[in-house]
Design a protein around this ligand. Sequence first.
Ligand SMILES: *[C@@H]1O[C@H](CO)[C@@H](O)[C@H](O)[C@H]1NC(C)=O
Ligand SMILES: *[C@@H]1O[C@H](CO)[C@@H](O)[C@H](O)[C@H]1NC(C)=O
Length: 225
Amino acid sequence: MMRSLSLLLLVALTVLGGSTEGNERHEQAKREFLSRSKRRWVLNTIELEEEMDVKYPYKITKMHNLRTVGTEYEFEIKGAGVKGVFSINETSGEVYVHRRLDREKTPSYELTFDILDKKTRKTIDRDLSFDVNVKDINDNPPMFTNQFQKSYDVKENTKEGDYLPVPLTVEDIDQEGTINSTVVVTVAKQSPAVPKIGVKKVNDKLHQLVTEGCFDYDVGLNLLK
Ligand SMILES: *[C@@H]1O[C@H](CO)[C@@H](O)[C@H](O)[C@H]1NC(C)=O
Ligand SMILES: *[C@@H]1O[C@H](CO)[C@@H](O)[C@H](O)[C@H]1NC(C)=O
């Protein structure tokens, strides 16, 4: 037989912060940069943190090309999603970002740089493509993704350690597999105080409520509403 037991549970989420983890794509970009720079293009590494609190447009790097000697040249920048976000000063080679980046929308950009002869409009050198990785910051709060019912029925014979039929699915869209998307779910407050309710992590996406004491029938009756 099932008895309805009304539990008011407030669940609070805590997110751990701070850590330093390598970024493979970034390393790959760096290697590419090194090998390409042995040719005629020179640029500084580009890695940008998302949501940078700076004055825009913001200078991020400067391009040089060693084949420009004695020519009137101009730089160009292109790539998917680059327009309005990145620009290059066509004479100085300074590269600017024009607005805050959001890693959760666009985690990386591929920029392609060209250098053209001003008169003939022909390219002076092979173009240079380069990945810009947007570095994650912990800017997204974790969120429950399931709907909660007002009340859940719990079997009277629920024993200590049993799962309660209350799924808690949580999502944090910051970078997967890092501390910034790590979520800790705890019960912040419960009423009534017994039996004690805890939270168990089932997997990265799912937590479940669990009893840490016994549902006492007599006490249970008192809880009936
Ligand atoms: C590009 O750089 C040159 C040289 O630093 C500067 O004189 C010029 O004003 C810049 N152009 C723009 C559009 O900012
Ligand atoms: C997480 O976020 C913090 C600041 O919000 C940032 O400094 C850090 O680099 C991010 N990434 C990792 C893997 O910790």
